[in-house]
Write a protein that binds this ligand. Sequence first.
Ligand code: GYE
Length: 341
Amino acid sequence: MFRKRSYGAVMAGILLVLVLMLMIFGSRLFTDVEEMTQVEKDNRIVVGVSQLGSESGFRTANTESVQNAFTKENGYFLVYNNARQRQENQLKAIRSFISQRVDYIIFSPVVETGWDTVLQEAKEAEIPVILMDRSVDVEDESLYVTCVGSNFEEEGEKAGHWLEQELRKRGDAQESVNIVVLAGTEGSSSQLGRTVGFDSVAREHANWNILEQKCAEFTSTKGKEVMRGFLNKYPSIDVVVSQNDDMTFGAIEAIRESGRTVGVDGDIMIISFDAVEGALEMVAEGTINVDIECNPNQGEYLLRVIDMLEAGESVEKQYYVEEDVFTMENVTQEVLDERSY
Ligand code: GYE
């Protein structure tokens, strides 16, 4: 008897918890739907943005640029999701955008492969997909409408060409040069492109020795850790190619802690990518030799693309944002004042 009654009580308890959960989460679901219906009534364009993470200064600026573009004032309703550098989270976010029937899906793919199925689902739901910053490697290119981002291969080439010129200037063009590479997220467009671009120049110089290229995930902590490993392993390093500024910050710390110096007058040359404000200041003072700009301000470009699509105009498959190369010579006070990230 007693046992039975306690079993019943437990069941009633479970039921109560279930009902409460349904009330809490169910009501959330309903408010989302209500919100969307209201939005549609308002005639705003609903954009689902899946950002890949918040690993770097570039990424923070990129997110801000998107959030500043897709505002109510501009006629948009933004559904934003941060995938925290995990593809599975991006897949989930995109599927949720599809079930919410957003008007456009924008996403910055953390890696290039593994998107065919989810993009097919978006296509079947007739939701146009726009890629931002990085790109995808899919069988059927009609699975996305266009890509707004950087020419990563060209960025890598720019880094190589800068090194060529610098060595020539120093009269060291024929001497052997030991290079280590801190690479970004493995399989991401930025890592792949920058690697291909730099390697294509390096291949032309038999005296450039790429001692090792290792992934440091585009983060400062990893950059420091991987650089420390390089310093312990290789007695002589002349150049560090770091595929983003955050890794560079970590690497510089590791180099200094090892007792070596960096930059224009230092033991080790630093080639970096992104050109966020903190890094440009280091270029100006000669700590970083060169910074290949990667422009995160893609919100305005995305707005223009959607305007064209809304007007029924055809768009190109790829739009590249404008990007510069910064050395001590051209990082003026004006450049620093203008940089907001
Ligand atoms: O260089 C890095 C970020 O894909 C261009 O991703 C982007 C890269 C950028 O985390 O800082």
